[in-house]
Design a protein around this ligand. Structure first.
Ligand SMILES: Nc1nc2c([nH]c(=O)n2[C@@H]2O[C@H](COP(=O)(O)OP(=O)(O)OP(=O)(O)O)[C@@H](O)[C@H]2O)c(=O)[nH]1
Length: 137
């Protein structure tokens, strides 16, 4: 007998931003205290709210979390990730321009990074992205 899929296994859509500076470095942020995987490094972003597109969610989250208003958003890759606490569909987007000054509004840390990244630990759902980036260079 097959059991119905529990509702917490239905994937939650998450918009994630890869912000690249003029030197080709990308921004990583540490997850704030109080969240699952606190202190792990990830690309900034967050869950879509009802009715939002990925791009709208990314714009909102980056203002809320890191204080910048992003320019054009380039949809890049989609990756499904299963965690014990949730199943997430990660929509990775590249962003090369923004306005405003970086302000870690949730007490995170930020690090402009190159491969191989120097920060640790990195969130499991972020690791494949680093591999994809390594394949691009
Ligand atoms: N922002 C971000 N989230 C990621 C990445 N990789 C990855 O697996 N995730 C997962 O995607 C989900 C994002 O949720 P979140 O808790 O950061 O989102 P949020 O800001 O909307 O949080 P909230 O629920 O407190 O409002 C988490 O389960 C997180 O583990 C990544 O590179 N960046």
């Amino acid at each position: 007998m097959s059991l119905p899929e529990p509702t917490d296994r239905v994937p939650v859509d998450v918009a994630v931003g890869l912000l690249f500076d003029a030197d080709g470095r990308f921004l990583l942020c540490s997850r704030p205290q109080g969240k699952v995987y606190a202190g792990y490094w990830e690309f900034p972003g967050g869950k879509l709210e009802a009715g939002e597109t990925v791009e709208q969610a990314l714009r909102r989250e980056l203002i809320e979390e890191i204080g910048v208003t992003i320019g054009p958003v380039e949809a890049w890759r989609v990756h499904l990730m299963d965690y014990p606490h949730a199943r997430v569909r990660l929509h990775f987007c590249k962003v090369r321009t923004w306005t405003g000054d970086f302000e870690m509004r949730e007490g995170q840390q930020m690090a402009w990074s190159r491969l191989p990244v120097q920060v640790a630990p990195v969130l499991p759902g972020t690791l494949p992205v680093l591999e994809w980036l390594a394949e691009e260079v």
